[in-house]
Design a protein around this ligand. Structure first.
Ligand code: HEC
Length: 130
């Protein structure tokens, strides 16, 4: 059963509308750059920052919902000095568990920020000041 010319024209019109619609979607689509968090810059303005610098950089907000005194994930309370020190190697960020988990490919990478990475790095480098 053949199509009439009117039916063919209707079909072609619908197809043209679909193509126009898709072309508009593609041209409207903006590539959203993922937030790029990398390793710490290593530029520590304060050579011996205190433990409170971590909270100031957002550790409580970013890590505290899982690492607090009641929810002790990974045996770590981010607000507790000795707890955070136990996953840190004084003066050596690169071998410190807490630093290793927040850099690219680290287990906690998706929760961190660049500011937090820089701060944790400098706090460890500075000798885990209380
Ligand atoms: C959504 C919950 C959640 C958030 C948010 C979170 N963590 Fe964790 N973290 C966990 C869990 C669960 C574990 C235990 C993983 C395991 O044992 O395999 C863990 C383990 C750890 C460990 C121990 C790793 C080890 O190998 O001993 C460290 C250090 C750590 N997290 C740091 C952080 C830091 C720093 C942040 C913030 C940037 C953070 N976490 C944010 C859930 C979280």
């Amino acid at each position: 059963m053949g199509q009439t010319d009117t039916e063919k024209t209707k079909k072609l019109n619908v197809q043209a509308q679909v193509v126009t619609y898709l072309a508009k979607q593609i041209s409207d689509y903006k590539v959203i750059e993922p937030v790029k968090v990398g390793k710490a810059s290593g530029n520590c303005t304060d050579s011996q920052p205190s433990f409170s610098s971590l909270a100031n950089a957002g550790s409580t907000t970013n890590c505290g919902r899982c690492h607090n005194s009641s929810l002790y994930k990974g045996d770590m309370d981010i607000s507790d000095y000795s707890s955070v020190s136990s996953v840190s190697v004084s003066g050596d960020p690169e071998t410190s568990t807490i630093y290793r988990v927040i850099i690219p490919n680290g287990q906690m990478y998706k929760y961190t920020t660049q500011a937090l990475n820089d701060t944790i790095y400098c706090w460890i480098k500075g000798g885990l000041q209380p």
